[in-house]
Design a protein around this ligand. Structure first.
Ligand code: BG6
Length: 513
């Protein structure tokens, strides 16, 4: 194993300044996202001393609770989801900054109450009147909440204070609705105030794609159509719909994963080097890739996209039910729980290099990775040996659950005859950097506190992502699937996904545990 010149000390977010003084208002403070991600992420930031001393939280939700109830609740959240012990000193100063307001987001009165509470909290915590709103609500509220905030003067940035809003996914249901939501937001707020979150960008391994490509001299020269045969992006999950049947049955895997998470992975893998880490410099390059992806015509949708739905099966030795038997899912549902696609990026770097994407629930193993397959070496040298074929090199960016990078190459098998074996050179994050307590939201919340939009999606990026998937969704709607369910839980998806690559003489690389 190669050695790192100097091992950095393990710490959550090693370097970084504290966030600005501010209040975070969480709409949907009694929900799952708040409990599982936001509160633990704030706690991790507090432990790493990255929250301003002048920081406070106002939770807003329908549930009736007092400030004290809310504080008890977040203690439970941290106990359950932070996975290690709570430091008393940190906890005291942390929990004292939490407040709660019960109310319905449709009720105008609630926004007046928010205004009063913000003024009070600002007096108590000297938050410089900086506020960011986190919309951890059902998507149907996104536009309405921001409009009501603006109508009550709560988005105004007079003087030197700032107001920002973080919008969760899904951002729209299709291209049209995403455009409408963007217009609705941009009517009352500036693009610089809008932080469209994609939690994939909070993952260290996703951020590392840029570091890997642009901080190393050896990869960029071969990162193009001359050396790369094709790219595979897989986001395979073993979970089903996890009690979210009513949302998922209207969304499906395409909307849930592709225009957002998978487009982020493609754009970071394929983008040109930005001229700086400035938010717009990075996002301009990502957007160019999204615009260069050729939307599929009707014929191409039929030959280059695959949809699937899981039937019952076995995962980890456990029998699991079919999608149609999940709670809140229609018994004859035609919603896809698996998608595979072949897309082409029409630019000088990538012309003729297919990008194969797939994502699915209830698959054989949980694994998110990007496989870069290089062109095969010329065979001539081995013609008169016992070597029958040469395996192409593969570079794999392992996003999760394994986090690292591996390079597969051929090596001579020891012995008198020329025989080749395939071996791996491996880098594992944990081995070098230790395990970090992280939900993936820490960096994103902190970035919002310091006004860095680099890891957030801009309006044009969201629309460009939808632009890629919209023709597929339209044709799928016009031609409902007849063969669902078409893959058993615990497998690698429908056979058509294998055929998609077979037709091009290629194969998915599957990573079993
Ligand atoms: C969410 C989707 O955005 O991402 C879920 O709505 C999916 O359906 C999840 O399971 C996957 O996230 P992660 O971080 O577990 O890969």
């Amino acid at each position: 194993m190669a050695q790192l010149a100097e091992k950095p000390a393990p710490a959550t977010l090693r370097v970084g300044k504290q966030g600005d003084p501010c209040i975070m208002v969480i709409f949907g403070a009694a929900g799952d996202l708040t409990a599982r991600m936001l509160i633990p992420a704030l706690y991790n930031l507090a432990r790493a001393d990255l929250l301003s001393k002048e920081f406070a939280v106002l939770g807003v939700a329908r549930a009736q609770m007092t400030d004290e109830d809310f504080r008890k609740r977040i203690l439970e959240d941290v106990r359950q989801y932070c996975g290690d012990c709570i430091e008393d000193a940190t906890w005291d100063s942390f929990s004292r900054r939490f407040y709660y307001l019960a109310g319905d987001f449709n009720d105008d009165q609630v926004f007046l109450k928010i205004k009063d509470r913000l003024a009070q909290i600002d007096r108590d915590h000297a938050t410089h009147q900086n506020v960011f709103y986190y919309l951890a609500t059902a998507p149907s509220y996104f536009g309405k909440i921001v409009e009501k905030l603006a109508a009550n003067g709560l988005m105004e940035q007079t003087g030197d204070h700032w107001r920002r809003v973080i919008i969760e996914k899904p951002f729209g249901h299709d291209l049209e609705s995403a455009k409408i939501l963007n217009q609705q937001l941009l009517k009352v707020a500036d693009e610089k105030q809008i932080y469209r979150i994609d939690h994939y960008l909070g993952k260290e391994t996703v951020q590392n794609i840029m570091a890997f490509r642009f901080a190393n001299g050896i990869f960029e020269p071969i990162w193009n159509r001359r050396y790369i045969d094709h790219v595979q992006i897989s986001v395979c999950e073993t979970v089903g719909v996890e009690g979210r049947g009513s949302y998922f049955d209207h969304a499906g895997s395409m909307r849930d994963m592709v225009p957002n998470h998978i487009m982020q992975l493609i754009s970071l893998t394929a983008m040109e080097p930005p001229i700086s880490f400035d938010a717009n410099a990075v996002r301009d390059e990502q957007a160019k890739i999204l615009h260069a992806i050729q939307p599929l015509g009707d014929e191409e949708v039929l030959t280059r996209s695959v949809r699937g739905q899981y039937g019952e099966g076995t995962i980890g030795g456990q029998h699991v039910p079919a999608y149609r038997a999940e709670p809140d899912v229609a018994p004859d549902s035609r919603t896809e729980t698996f998608v595979a696609m072949k897309v082409m990026i029409d630019n000088w770097r990538w012309a003729d290099v297919p990008f194969y994407l797939r994502t699915g629930k209830r698959m054989a193993a949980r694994n998110t990775n990007i496989v870069i397959q290089f062109r095969r070496a010329p065979f001539v040298l081995f013609r008169d040996t016992s070597v029958e074929h040469l395996m192409p090199n593969q570079l794999v960016l392992h996003i999760q659950p394994e986090e690292g990078i591996s390079l597969q190459f051929a090596a001579k098998v020891p012995g008198p005859v020329m025989r080749l074996g395939t071996v791996d050179m491996n880098f594992e994050y944990q081995e070098y950097f230790g395990k970090q307590p992280s939900t993936g939201y820490e960096r994103l919340l902190h970035d919002c506190m310091i006004g860095d939009q680099t890891l957030f999606q801009r309006a044009d990026m969201v629309e460009a992502g939808w632009n890629v998937v919209n023709p597929v969704l339209d044709l799928w709607k016009a031609l409902p699937p007849r063969n669902f369910p078409n893959y058993a839980s615990g497998t690698w998806g429908p056979k058509e996904a294998d055929e998609l690559l077979d037709r091009d003489g290629r194969r998915w690389r599957n990573f079993e545990k």
